[in-house]
Design a protein around this ligand. Structure first.
Ligand code: PLP
Length: 439
């Protein structure tokens, strides 16, 4: 491998990676600063993906580094089971200030996957706590990604993430996805068509009875399956139907959280407040693993009954509210606020959209979807199979100095919110080149 320490590639079983292909010609990043990575050959690569949708304030933020080093020296770890330390209280209060109305009780996790599973467990336990114990069914959506825990893959809808793992959670249904190239290809912003796909929930209610359904979980915008935007009115419709039937609505904002589509959360940008909201990634700018579940105070209140000596919710992680992660998150939130970064995706949205739409007409481009500071560029599948063209464009981009993300035959771009117009221009130029070369 191109690495100055003589390292064998054998031992690291890489996640979501074609291990043998990768190890044959590895892509190794060694440093990062602002909008750029430097690879182990010393080449600068524009980070078009904010790491993996997580470094929303850009790389190498000194304030985060310092907060983390100070904290690890002062208190490296403290338990939060029947014990505590000040930082998660401070962070939870801070998150409550930016969260959608009422979602001001915060449960900490270490990842998006744990946040999804935690949210599902809160939903089920809540229904039981209010005497609705028959509400055990969960509803996800086709093409959804909610991480890799058994809860998350059960409600998730990406076939490859599910099919090797046998029996998943029972009692799960899936709404139809909202990707519709025939009616919506090359829409600017949210697509016009597809709000009616939320009505499928009414069909499931008729089929199972509302009294058996606990919650619906969706990403307000699906990121991992290739940037699938909610049709106009779709999320509102889901909110109306869930409210009407006493079904909880969970938004998975692991990608959309912290300014990706403008505002702190997509819930605020699109004016729909769920009952529970999950986040991770941008919470700490990707610097230290951490996730959180923001819960409506009335849901939380339903747990706070019975003898005070009783543990109200038998759930938690050794590292829930880890001091170093909290320090990273607090420093990150300070940067977001001081630099007004959640507004950046709104300010740059038109420029970003125009830049992306300049790719329309290039070979094999079948759709461009964009909102805030995120985009999906979809290609016609190669005759040799689905995903081949997407991978080839991704590979070529990296060779040309742009980190993009391939999901099947869609390339996703989601730059840090510190991105400037000149970075956008450079990204689009490299991507256009890569698309032409990939053929
Ligand atoms: N939920 C969504 C919407 C995501 O996009 C992701 C990761 O991309 C996850 C959950 C899982 O997060 P993690 O990889 O931190 O477990």
């Amino acid at each position: 491998m191109a690495h100055d320490r003589a390292t064998s590639a054998e031992h690291f079983w890489m996640p979501f990676t074609a291990n043998r292909q990768f190890k044959g010609s590895p892509r190794l990043l060694e440093r990062a600063e602002g909008m750029y990575y430097t690879d182990t050959d010393g080449r600068q690569v524009i980070d078009g993906t904010a790491g993996l949708w997580c470094c929303n304030a850009g790389h190498g933020r000194r304030e985060i580094t310092e907060a983390v080093s100070r904290q690890i020296a002062q208190l490296d770890f403290a338990p939060t089971f029947q014990m505590g330390h000040p930082l998660p209280f401070e962070l939870a209060e801070r998150l409550a200030q930016i969260s959608p109305a009422g979602l001001n009780r915060v449960f900490f996790t270490n990842s998006g996957s744990e946040s999804a599973d935690t949210a599902l467990k809160i939903a089920l336990a809540y229904q039981r706590a209010i005497g609705q114990g028959s509400r055990t069914r969960l509803i996800g959506r086709e093409l959804a990604y909610h991480g890799v825990g058994f809860g998350g893959i059960s409600v998730g809808g990406m076939a490859n993430n599910r099919k090797a793992f046998g029996a998943l959670l029972p009692g799960v249904d899936h709404l139809p996805h909202t990707l519709d190239l025939q009616r919506n290809a090359f829409s600017r912003g949210l697509p016009e068509h597809g709000a009616e796909r939320a009505d499928e929930l009414e069909r499931l209610v008729t089929l199972h009875g509302a009294e058996n359904i606990a919650a619906v979980i969706v990403e307000p915008m699906s990121g991992s399956a290739g940037v699938i935007l909610p049709p106009k009115g779709y999320l509102q419709r889901l909110r109306e139907i869930t409210r009407k039937h006493g079904i909880l609505l969970i938004f998975d904002e692991v990608i959309t959280g912290f300014g990706r589509v403008g505002e702190a959360f997509a819930a605020q940008r699109w004016g729909v407040t769920p009952d529970i909201l999950t986040c991770a990634k941008g919470l700490t700018n990707g610097a230290i693993p951490m996730g959180a579940v923001l819960v409506d105070e009335q849901i939380h209140e339903a747990f706070m009954h019975g003898p005070e000596s009783t543990i109200e919710f038998f759930h938690g992680y050794t590292y829930s509210g880890h001091p170093v992660a909290c320090a990273a998150a607090l420093a990150t939130q300070e940067i977001y606020q001081r630099e007004n970064l959640f507004q950046k995706a709104i300010e740059l949205e038109d420029y970003w959209q125009d830049a992306l739409f300049s790719l329309q007409g290039l070979p094999n481009v079948t759709d461009i979807r964009t909102v805030g500071l995120v985009s999906g560029i979809q290609f016609a599948a190669h005759a040799d199979g689905v995903g081949k063209r997407g991978y080839e464009v991704f590979r070529q981009c990296f060779e040309d100095g742009l980190l993009a993300r391939a999901s099947g035959d869609t390339i996703a771009l989601s730059p840090a919110l510190i991105v400037e117009r000149e970075h956008i221009d450079a990204m689009i130029e490299r991507l256009a080149d890569a698309i032409r070369k990939a053929g």
